[in-house]
Design a protein around this ligand. Structure first.
Ligand code: C2E
Ligand code: CA
Ligand code: CA
Length: 509
């Protein structure tokens, strides 16, 4: 009730503010523009019509937005604030839609054992407090981009993308441990069961997956304090993983990992100012395998330095030959894995690769994720400053997704941060995401660090980011990752379009 009064009040205030501004300035405008009284009176009529039209559209949009916020609030679990089953299904659909063709998803249902006995033992109020506490910690355990929900009384759900390096068993154990430890704080000995389902093995739609997880949970409950997987998933996963490692080693030997380039644009001119190099693997039988799948495999099997070696060398050769370095491409961003950043020997190897390309090296910007810097902040700062001396700059990728985003900026002198695309995707749907983006931009500016928004897919997102003061963007809307030949054409075309626009603008001035 209070919420709907506040939002109605907000709509009324926006309306009153707009009307007041209109009354103040529109008469002034009409009077200064038109001298003839007959035209003036006609202008007054049109002015009135415009007012009705604009406020009509404004009210329509505000009410629409408001209804959406209220509808979403309805779908939150009132006790824990987590999603309820309706919203969980909707978000699961969205996660499934966002998956690349070869990506998988894992979801689990967790059910606390003998919860009715706990209710009797400690009373409803304390049992509710326990559920709230568990919900809060489950939310912390889940990484950004995953979905967590409370389905019913003592049942929680979680879904996330399944990276090849993700240790499913460990993750599932963490959930069970969490319930055990939180309950101990309440003086209780509590166990739980988990039912797991994997996309696409156990189901292709959210409905099928939810049925599979329910079925796994039922079997886990029958066995008591257990984790159950859908039968098909595990054996298949293990054998696929082994084959993938062998194939990746083969691809590295044959140098068949290639690279593509995704431009980064300045928002005020829409001119490309850099590119990010992204690895591509065209598997002989499975077709394209996303780096989101094979990079974690490379990390787990100590192959990432070899992948970087190949990627850096190919990019350096192609870009040096293209003549694009310097202008328009000030920076070339290279991704490295956390395991590389955390190993002195591996970083040294990377520097050796780079030093072979002296005209390429000064443009290199290394993208690291904040988890990479976590292990040893002092050592991270040292590595960064040593490479700064060689002209290499640093960017923090997927910024905002970890817990340390802010504190790492205190200790490390990075040159750029990239706002994670999950915030950009939600910029118009979730006010929390847009607030986080604004805060990141403000903070980056005060630290004098460049800020890039990733994953910009629409004109609306681009305009909103511009209004927020973001300087650079990257995303499918302006440029998808492309091979070198297409990059050369794309950059030439963009430059021509912009010089033509400048000439035209100059002629009009
Ligand atoms: P990333 O560094 O965050 O790279 C951005 C990813 O988002 C790329 O996926 C890119 O194709 C995709 N992307 C760009 N614009 C949009 C957009 O507008 N919408 C959407 N939905 N996606 C967009 P990609 O190429 O599949 O790479 C996935 C991840 O794999 C990268 O995420 C990076 O972490 C890793 N990766 C890629 N190449 C390398 C590499 O050479 N070395 C290492 N260590 N990691 C790499
Ligand atoms: Ca990146
Ligand atoms: Ca990123």
């Amino acid at each position: 009730m209070a919420k709907s009064i506040t939002s109605a009040l907000r709509i009324a205030l926006i309306y009153v503010a707009f009307a007041a501004l209109w009354i103040l300035f529109s008469d002034l405008a009409v009077e200064s523009l038109f001298r003839d009284p007959a035209i003036r009176s006609q202008a007054q009529t049109y002015k009135g019509l415009c007012f009705v039209l604009i406020t009509g559209v404004m009210l329509f949009l505000l009410v629409l937005r408001n209804n959406r916020i209220i509808a979403e609030a309805h779908d939150l679990d009132p006790l824990t604030g987590l999603y309820n089953i309706t919203l969980f299904k909707r978000r699961l659909d969205r996660l499934l839609k966002a998956l690349q063709p070869d990506e998988r998803l894992v979801m689990g249902y967790l059910d606390i054992d003998k919860f009715s006995e706990i209710n009797q033992q400690i009373g409803f109020e304390k049992a509710d407090a326990l559920l709230i506490d568990i919900a809060m910690h489950i939310e912390h355990l889940a990484i950004r981009g995953s979905v967590v929900a409370r389905l019913q009384a003592d049942q929680f759900a979680s879904a996330r993308r399944l990276d090849a390096s993700f240790n499913l068993e460990e993750h599932v154990n963490d959930f069970q441990k969490l319930v055990r430890v939180r309950a101990e704080k309440f003086g209780l000995k509590v166990t739980s069961c988990i039912g797991v389902a994997i996309y696409p093995d156990d189901g292709k739609t959210s409905k099928e997956l939810m049925q599979a997880a329910t079925e796994s949970l039922r079997r886990a409950k029958l066995a008591g304090n257990q984790v159950q997987y859908h039968d098909k998933s595990l054996a298949e996963m293990a054998s696929q993983q082994r084959q993938l490692v062998a194939d990746l080693k083969d691809a590295l030997r044959k140098e068949s990992i290639s690279v593509v380039y995704q431009p980064k644009y300045r928002l005020n001119t829409l001119q490309p100012c850099g590119v990010e190099v992204l690895a591509r693997w065209n598997h002989p039988t499975r077709g394209a395998i996303s780096p989101g799948v094979f990079i974690p495999v490379a990390e787990e099997h100590d192959l990432c330095n070899e992948v970087s070696g190949l990627v850096f060398t190919k990019a350096a050769r192609e870009l040096e030959a293209s003549g694009l370095l310097g202008k328009p491409l000030k920076h070339v961003s290279l991704n490295i894995s956390a395991t590389e950043f955390n190993s002195e020997a591996k970083m040294l190897t990377l520097v050796t690769y780079l030093k072979r390309f002296p005209t390429f090296m000064p443009h290199v910007r290394i993208e690291i994720t904040e988890t990479a810097t976590l292990t040893d902040m002092k050592k991270s700062a040292e590595i960064i400053s040593r490479l700064h001396a060689e002209g290499v700059t640093f960017s923090v990728d997927d910024f905002g997704t970890g817990y340390t985003s802010l504190s790492m900026l205190k200790d490390l002198t990075v040159d750029e941060i990239k706002i994670d695309r999950s915030f950009v995707a939600d910029i118009h749907q979730d006010t929390r995401s847009s607030t986080i983006i604004q805060a990141i931009i403000a903070m980056a500016k005060s630290f004098n660090i460049s800020v890039v928004a990733e994953g910009v897919e629409t004109a609306e997102q681009m305009h909103t980011l511009k209004e927020m003061g973001c300087e650079e963007i990257q995303g499918y809307y302006l440029g998808k990752p492309m091979p070198i030949a297409d990059l050369v054409t794309h950059l030439t075309q963009t430059e021509n379009t912009s010089s033509a626009a400048n000439v035209e603008a100059g002629a009009q001035r």
